[in-house]
Ligand binder design. Structure first.
Ligand code: PBG
Length: 325
C-alpha cells in the first residue's frame, strides 16, 4: 500500500523501465506480406496502403533481402493472377503467379522463410473463397481445390502453407494431401479464427479479391462470437494445425488472449490492412504520431499473447528497433 509501495520507483528512468519491461517486439517474429502481380520490373503502390506495393516477380528477391537485413525472416505471399475463373484454377497452376514467386524467392534468397496464403478468392471470377454451386460456396467441393493449391505451393518450395478460406475440414484435407506426397515436414499455419471483418477493405483492393456478390459471412466468423473461436481453434488443432492464427488483431485482442490461455501451440495474429490504413491515414493528417501508435499497437498484440505478428509495418518497426540499438 502507498506510501510503502510506490510503482513510480521503477519508472524513474529508461534503464529501470527497460529492466522490468514485460513484452518485447522482435523482427524475427514478424511476417511481412508481399503482393505479387504479373509483368516485369514494376512496383505499384496500393492507394489505401501507403508504403505497400504490388511487385512483379523480378522485384521479390530485392524486397526479401531488404527484409532479411532488418531481421525480418518471413514473408507471406498473395497473388494477382493473369486470369480468373469460376473454380479458381489459377490457385494451383504449376506456373501460376504464386508458384513462380516461390521458385524465384527460394532460388535467389533461400534463407527467407516463404509462407503462402492458401485461398481461392484471388483466383475466382466471383471473388469468393471457394467454388460456387447453385450460388452457394460449396464447402466439400472446395476442399479438394484447396488441398491441390497447398500441395502446389509445397511442390514449388514453400516453407509453410497458411489456409485462409475458412471452409470446414480444410486443415485435415491439406495435411493429408501434403503427407501423401512426402511433404509431412511442411507445417500448416491455420487462419483458425478469422472474422468476417470490414478491416479487410484495403486488402481486397490490393489483391483484387472482393466478392462480386454477397459477402463472406457464411464462412468467416461473426465478430460477436468468442466461444466459437475456441471451437474453431480446437477443430484445427485436432486436424493437425501447427500454428493458430487470429485475424484481425487489434479489435480481437480478447480472442488472442483467450487462445493463448487455452492452447499451447504458437499463436499468430494478423494485423490486417484496414488496421494499417487507419494508422497511416491519421498520421498523414498529422492527427497522431504514426511511429508511436504503430509500436504501441504491435506491443498490444504481443501483450495479448501473440507470438507471431503478420503486419504491413514489419519493415518500418524493424527499422526503428534496429536504429535504437
Ligand atoms: C484471403 C485473405 C484476405 C486477407 C488475407 N487473406 C481477405 C479476405 O478474407 O477477405 C485479408 C488481409 C488483410 O486485410 O490485410 N481470403
Amino acid at each position: 500500500m502507498f506510501p510503502e509501495y510506490r510503482p513510480r520507483r521503477l519508472r524513474k528512468n529508461s534503464s529501470f523501465r527497460a529492466l522490468i519491461r514485460e513484452t518485447q517486439l522482435s523482427p524475427a517474429q514478424f511476417i511481412y506480406p508481399l503482393f505479387v502481380m504479373p509483368g516485369k520490373n514494376k512496383r505499384e503502390e496500393i492507394p489505401s496502403m501507403p508504403g505497400v506495393f504490388r511487385l512483379t516477380v523480378d522485384q521479390l528477391a530485392g524486397e526479401a533481402r531488404e527484409c532479411l537485413q532488418l531481421g525480418v525472416n518471413s514473408v507471406i505471399l498473395f497473388g494477382l493472377p493473369e486470369k480468373k475463373d469460376g473454380m479458381g484454377s489459377g490457385a494451383h497452376a504449376k506456373n501460376g503467379i504464386i508458384q513462380t514467386a516461390i521458385r524465384e524467392l527460394k532460388a535467389k534468397v533461400p534463407e527467407m522463410l516463404v509462407i503462402t496464403d492458401v485461398c481461392l478468392c484471388e483466383y475466382t471470377d466471383h471473388g469468393h473463397c471457394g467454388c460456387l454451386i447453385d450460388n452457394v460456396v460449396d464447402n466439400d467441393a472446395t476442399l479438394e481445390i484447396l488441398a491441390k493449391t497447398a500441395l502446389s505451393h509445397a511442390q514449388a518450395g514453400a516453407d509453410m502453407v497458411a489456409p485462409s478460406d475458412m471452409m470446414d475440414g480444410r486443415i485435415a484435407e491439406i495435411r493429408a494431401a501434403l503427407d501423401e506426397n512426402n511433404f509431412e515436414s511442411i507445417p500448416i499455419m491455420s487462419y483458425a479464427v478469422k472474422y468476417a471483418s470490414a478491416f479487410y477493405g484495403p486488402f481486397r483492393e490490393a489483391a483484387d479479391c472482393a466478392p462480386q456478390s454477397g459477402d463472406r459471412k457464411s464462412y468467416q466468423m461473426d465478430p460477436a462470437n468468442s466461444r466459437e473461436a475456441l471451437r474453431e481453434a480446437t477443430l484445427d488443432v485436432d486436424e493437425g494445425a501447427d500454428i493458430l492464427m487470429v485475424k484481425p488483431a487489434v479489435a480481437y485482442l480478447d480472442i488472442i488472449a483467450r487462445l493463448r490461455d487455452e492452447f499451447d501451440l504458437p499463436i499468430a495474429a494478423y494485423h490486417v490492412s484496414g488496421e494499417y490504413a487507419m494508422i497511416k491515414a491519421a498520421a498523414e493528417k498529422g492527427w497522431i504520431d504514426g511511429d508511436r501508435v504503430m509500436e504501441e499497437t504491435l506491443l498490444s498484440i504481443k501483450r495479448a499473447g501473440a507470438d507471431i505478428i503478420i503486419t504491413y509495418f514489419a519493415k518500418d518497426m524493424a527499422k526503428i528497433l534496429k536504429d535504437r540499438k
